[in-house]
Design a protein around this ligand. Structure first.
Ligand SMILES: Nc1nc2c(ncn2[C@@H]2O[C@H](COP(=O)(O)OP(=O)(O)O)[C@@H](O)[C@H]2O)c(=O)[nH]1
Ligand SMILES: [Mg+2]
Length: 335
């Protein structure tokens, strides 16, 4: 299930209490204070990961509570510091204050943890309260409470490349061909109802991330309002691949199909309309297909790369072109 908005409540751990204790052994009848400090409570840590791309795993969980610190121990031994609670979220998750709506943090870098709520410090044991006049302090501190927060997690996927195009253009098939992602593919429109990310191999060691996003048109024509809902997931891509079906039986005449998507894009977001874009003619398997791709390029006045995910034709050139384009573009979008 794809979930990209979720409110969560978190409670970091309480610090352990310090204790009141005095040295007592065979040789000492009334020794000095030696009550140890409490351990610190666990933090709540958010860890952005590329292993998932939905907040679904975090739904229906109530409060996320980190464990409390251990109580202090005799002989000046500190209580145990509690383990942090680490919550994995997809890269691109933004953290907003649930009531005020302001952005607290953008978790846009994989594997860079961020502390959402700090655990309370442990209280001090009675050792700390001894003075020259107070040799047997019967005071120790309780641990401090951990921070509690209510936040809204809002996912805005981050990818190098976003796929655009009318339903049936071959977006999901291309993603499945270039990456290990396995989106749903079918010979009818509206199959992709949630964004899917895949990691493609560049020409050398490098990799780039491709996002297959339910199209504007797909959602709009279903009357489900999916168009706008998913658009935020193309916002943070560096390059768009606009796929146009130039096969035998396209749903729309290629130049017309291209125009429809351009128009929708411009209507929804000027920033996206201006994003660097490569036009890709799909399903090119014979001379007639090549001619249709050529005609498209002429009609729209923009270069067109011809590919077939079925035969693999043009895929290497496409990867090289994408790679070279990405190397000239600024690093992943932030904000
Ligand atoms: N002949 C041919 N068919 C393709 C190619 N790529 C996709 N298709 C078919 O086109 C249909 C729509 O593909 P899909 O990837 O789901 O399109 P999407 O709606 O843009 O994601 C499916 O039946 C695919 O099998 C291709 O390169 N050649
Ligand atoms: Mg699809």
């Amino acid at each position: 299930m794809f979930v990209d908005e979720l409110e969560i409540h978190v409670a970091a751990g309480k610090g352990g209490s310090g204790i009141i204790c005095f040295l007592r052994d065979a040789k000492t009848l009334r020794g000095g204070p030696n009550g140890g400090d409490g351990g610190d409570g666990g933090d709540i840590v958010l860890l952005p990961t590329t292993h998932c791309n939905t907040l679904f795993n975090l739904t229906g969980r109530g409060t996320f509570a980190a464990p409390n610190g251990g109580q202090g121990l005799p002989q000046n031994c500190g209580g145990k510091d509690a383990e942090d609670m680490v919550i994995e979220v997809p890269v691109g998750t933004q953290v907003l204050d649930a009531s005020r709506g302001n952005l607290l943090q953008d978790l846009d870098t994989a594997d860079r943890p961020w502390v959402l709520a700090r655990g309370g410090h442990g209280g001090r044991g009675n050792t700390h309260f001894a003075t020259s006049t107070r040799r047997t302090p019967r005071i120790a501190e309780p641990g401090k409470l951990g921070e509690e927060r209510r936040v809204l997690l809002s996912l805005k996927l981050i990818a190098d490349v976003g796929l655009l195009g009318l339903p049936n253009a071959g977006k999901s098939t291309l993603l499945a061909t270039l990456t290990k992602a396995r989106p749903k593919i079918a010979g009818y429109p509206f199959t992709t109802l949630e964004p899917i990310l895949g990691i493609a191999q560049g020409p050398g060691e490098g990799t780039f991330v491709i996002a297959d996003i339910p199209g504007l048109i797909e959602g709009a024509s279903q009357g489900k309002g999916l168009g706008d809902k998913f658009l935020k997931h193309v916002e943070r891509t560096r390059l768009l691949l606009h796929l146009v079906d130039c096969g035998d039986l396209p749903l729309a005449e290629p130049a017309e199909a291209w125009q429809v998507v351009r128009r929708e894009l411009a209507e929804h977001s000027q920033a996206l309309a201006e994003r660097p874009t490569m036009v890709v003619a799909t399903k090119i398997e014979d001379q007639a297909g090549k001619a249709r791709a050529q005609a498209l390029a002429t009609a729209i006045g923009h270069p067109v790369l011809a590919i077939s995910s079925a035969t693999g034709a043009g895929l290497r050139d496409l990867t090289l072109a994408v790679w070279s384009m990405l190397s000239q573009l600024p690093p992943p979008f932030r904000g």
